[in-house]
Design a protein around this ligand. Structure first.
Ligand code: RIB
Length: 316
């Protein structure tokens, strides 16, 4: 079996309301449709990597609520090794309220719950896993000190790190020197660099700034406008696949999980971004976080059917 992809991150119980428009302050929208699914940026990325065919170990904390066992069962169905998911007592699993409006865009708020128990000491306990991993994949929904500890261990053991800076919270950017690939959307990239990202040119500026801050490779995801990828060889724009979005929740997570699987298989960065974009394009066409994450066969069928018009160009 190939070396594992170790995902260190959060899991949440998602409570979703889909409505025709997002409420303004003090407004009540009465036409919402309710769904409860499982999410969390770490869990979504682990599920995406597992369904895309990766050998995935998920390091996470869940609570002692009735949802936890169902979450774990879902991870196992997606092919994830759950041996390093810690069951915390006296605390609920993480939870998220997701409101989805026009165009599938969402408003999100998160109660960390047991995710706050994924402490630096817990990360120390999985040091050997990090050392033996093909990649470590992280987000920003667990304590920042734990991210810092995992980055230190990965630097010591020479394990490549892919870090999705989501959500955009205060961060010591000097730690980017320990990140091989940083992935951020427009909002997150602007928070990290101070460069407002409004088009391909500003995305390229932000991506180069992330490299100057220390990341070897920077990927800015721009939704339907695709991705800007900056490496030591320069920047390129990789378009997205045009699809009709009903819910963008977990699209970025699917992208990250698929990207790491493709890289772990030895695909080029460009091919890996294309594979990741296909995963994201499938995800946005369905409702919910984990229910919308595609399996490998679907991604391959989508790529085979997709017109080979992925013009790859320097951002203009
Ligand atoms: O990225 C989407 C995820 O963000 C949701 O599943 C929600 O749980 C929040 O963590």
């Amino acid at each position: 079996m190939s070396k594992p992809i170790v995902v260190i991150g959060s899991s949440n119980v998602d409570f979703i309301m889909k409505m025709d428009h997002l409420p303004a302050r003090d407004e009540t929208v009465v036409n919402a449709v309710f769904m409860q699914t499982f999410g969390g940026k770490g869990a979504n990325q682990a599920v995406a990597a597992g369904r895309a065919g990766g050998n995935v170990i998920f390091v996470n904390c869940v609570g002692d609520d009735p949802y936890a066992e169902r979450m774990l069962a879902g991870f196992r169905e997606s092919g994830i090794n759950t041996a390093y998911i810690f069951r915390e007592t006296g605390i609920a699993s993480g939870a998220a309220l997701v409101m989805i409006g026009e165009g599938g865009h969402n408003y999100l708020s998160v109660a960390p719950g047991a995710n706050a128990r994924l402490t630096p000491e817990r990360v120390d306990a999985v040091r050997e896993l990090i050392a033996d991993a093909a990649y470590v994949l992280m987000q920003f929904e667990i304590p920042p000190a734990s991210i810092a500890r995992a980055l230190d261990i990965a630097a010591e053991t020479g394990t490549p790190v892919v870090w999705n800076y989501a959500p955009a919270l205060p961060f010591d950017a000097t730690q980017l020197k320990q990140v091989n690939i940083v992935i951020a959307n427009e909002v997150e990239a602007a928070a990290l660099t101070g460069v407002p990202v409004t088009d391909l040119a500003s995305a390229q500026t932000a991506a180069q700034k992330l490299r100057e801050l220390g990341a070897q490779t920077a990927i800015i995801t721009l939704g339907e406008a695709g991705s800007v990828v900056a490496t030591e060889e320069g920047a390129q724009h990789i378009p997205a696949f045009p699809v009709e979005a009903v819910d963008t929740t977990a699209a970025g997570d699917t992208y990250c999980g698929c990207l790491v699987v493709a890289l772990a298989e030895g695909q080029s960065l460009t091919d890996a971004v294309r594979f990741a974009s296909a995963g994201g394009a499938l995800c946005v066409q369905r409702m919910g976080a984990q229910p919308s994450i595609p399996w490998r066969e679907e991604i391959e069928a989508f790529l085979q059917a997709a017109p080979d018009n992925m013009l790859i160009s320097p951002p203009g």
